[in-house]
Design a protein around this ligand. Structure first.
Ligand SMILES: Nc1ncnc2c1ncn2[C@@H]1O[C@H](COP(=O)(O)OP(=O)(O)OP(=O)(O)O)[C@@H](O)[C@H]1O
Ligand SMILES: [Mg+2]
Length: 319
């Protein structure tokens, strides 16, 4: 395990930002740390990157203790924080060179690494411009470039794509995949389920300072109980009647959403779909929508973090 955290607690006065978080990330893995605002993501990142001493618990990166061997830990990691830590008055290239010097690289090496990072993040043309002239996306890329200058074994990214347009986000994902292909371990926090689904091998879901679930995207989705048949009558008055038919044919009690959608879990999806459709037709009920849906990570996330009142608040940990 290249990152190992055991029972991390962080108190800010009366606020318990982390409440006993344990995490194991394998060498070469991409781990997504997924959670809503205020969940404790940045706090955990700060502990792992030696910026914050936990109230309780221990953590190691590459076998080094983040509290007692912080200097060594810092030489192994690259961090791109939630807010870009670049100097606006310097050029992109100068920012990167300074980071190289902070890693105590010889001047020539720092220069070469700065060039390389600019190149990899498609910033070569803008490299000699002051950062204050950069767009948000360019700034974000430069920040990521800065985290790479020290050639870290472990890259820790706090919401790397928040605020980026979809195209820039996809470019960044591609770039991260390249790095992972070269063997870098990545821990990234995100509020985007899509991002965790795209990039992460394993996802840890955090809410109110606690890890509430862990697993691959598929495992988390399977937790939601598989496929769901969804039907919506054209006439909303008829939802109860539709629910009755759906319950009868699926063998499980159908749920009616606030938006007038009737849903029930199904196992034999195609056959059930056809039977429900024809039963509704026989009953003379016009349907505006009928489908079998796989749960999305959004469903999982909402049900786990308890924002969706229609689902049971079950907090279970896979593994
Ligand atoms: N320096 C601090 N002093 C007091 N409270 C803090 C401090 N830093 C964080 N907190 C609190 O700790 C909790 C976790 O904050 P944290 O920044 O780790 O959340 P986050 O998951 O990164 O959220 P976001 O998605 O908004 O970045 C929040 O309730 C926050 O208000
Ligand atoms: Mg944060």
């Amino acid at each position: 395990m290249i990152i190992q955290a055991n029972g991390i607690e962080v108190d800010f006065g009366s606020v318990k930002a982390l409440d006993g978080v344990s995490l194991s990330v394998a060498d070469g893995e991409v781990r997504g740390l997924l959670g809503p605002n205020g969940a404790g993501k940045t706090t955990l990142v700060n502990v792992l990157t030696t910026l914050l001493t936990p109230t309780a618990g221990t953590a190691t990166v590459d076998g080094l203790d983040v509290c007692t061997q912080s200097r060594e830990v810092r030489s192994r990691i690259g961090l791109a924080g939630q807010y870009a830590a670049v100097d606006n008055l310097l050029t992109g290239r100068e920012n990167l060179e300074i980071v190289g010097r902070l890693y105590q690289l010889p001047k020539a090496v720092a220069k070469a690494r700065a060039d390389e990072a600019l190149e990899r993040l498609s910033l070569t043309d803008a490299g000699d411009r002051q950062v204050r002239t950069y767009s948000g996306g360019m700034r974000r890329r430069l920040d990521l470039g800065a985290s790479l200058v020290g050639r870290p074994k472990v890259l820790i990214l706090d919401e790397p794509t928040t605020g980026l347009d979809p195209r820039t986000r996809i470019e960044l994902w591609e770039f991260l995949r390249e790095l992972v292909g070269e063997g870098t371990t990545v821990l990234l926090t995100t509020q985007y389920l899509e991002e965790a689904d795209e990039l992460a091998d394993q996802i840890s879901v955090i809410d109110s300072g606690k890890l509430i679930a862990e697993g691959t995207a598929d495992e988390l989705k399977a937790q939601m109980g598989g496929d769901l048949l969804v039907a919506r009558p054209a006439d909303r008055e008829l939802v109860a009647q539709v629910a009755e038919i759906v319950s009868g044919l699926t063998g499980s009690e159908a749920r009616i959403s606030e938006t007038g959608e009737v849903s029930a879990p199904v196992s034999n999806k195609v056959e059930t779909l056809v039977r429900v459709a024809s039963a509704l037709k026989d009953a003379g009920i016009q349907i505006s929508e009928i489908a079998v849906q796989q749960p999305t990570l959004d469903d999982v996330f909402l049900s786990l973090t308890g924002d969706d009142t229609s689902t049971d608040e079950e907090s279970s940990v896979i593994q």
